[in-house]
Design a protein around this ligand. Sequence first.
Ligand SMILES: N[C@@H]1[C@@H](O)[C@H](O)[C@@H](COP(=O)(O)O)O[C@@H]1O
Length: 262
Amino acid sequence: MEVIIKKSADAASIAAARVVARLVQEKPTAVLGLATGSTPLKLYKELIRMHREEDLDFSRVTTFNLDEYIGLEKTHAQSYYHFMHENLFNHIHVKPENIHIPDGMAPDVAASCAAYEQQVADAGGIDLQILGIGSDGHVGFNEPTSSFTSRTRIKTLTRQTVEDNARFFGGAEHQVPRHCITMGIGTIMEARMNLLLAFGERKATAVAESVEGAVSAMMPASVLQHHPNAKLFLDEAAASALKLADYYRWVYERKPEWQRDA
Ligand SMILES: N[C@@H]1[C@@H](O)[C@H](O)[C@@H](COP(=O)(O)O)O[C@@H]1O
């Protein structure tokens, strides 16, 4: 894992956006894995800015989102379908037919999960996956104890995730769906690059355990220790529990210019 600590969440998001932009410039048909939540918002704003001001072209890009709540219509303000269109897709001219988001209203969830996996495979796999992290260490909605070989499937949210996400539902926990569809950890691990963003003190423990703790299904993001190309973009607060934070800064400052894509 490469740990990149920036002074602010905005600076970390802009650095992550540069990695995405470089990929899209080098491979205009790139397959991007996308995440929701508050964490990637600034990254998406930066991609929109690059599209508008620097002609970053997403017209041939294909996207796959990590997850979706079960039971929310696409028009629901808290559906990830709605989130992605509001915060990214409506502003960067990705072709609608190239956008993939798990269908939380599918009549046959198992069949739609299997079809989603097939679509990822048919697209040639994911080049770059953006991840956030839950305060319990989840990636996508792969809650603690999720199998490291899991594929896209239905999951039940933990009580902690329901509490964490209630803020998006006006604080009403009972309105947060209990179930979701999420790409599996096996799916995420097959992405050729993983960029995990984490900001704020609320994420500090999960980040420290994921980077410096044991690889364990109890801390799903720790699986990235086994990924050949995983970069973590942190602000100071999210990095505050890392024992080797100074070492990561030291390494980053000495990174050869030709390797410096963030
Ligand atoms: N399913 C999403 C995750 O993909 C996200 O990374 C995480 C953190 O959310 P936030 O970025 O708002 O802290 O929780 C949500 O439940």
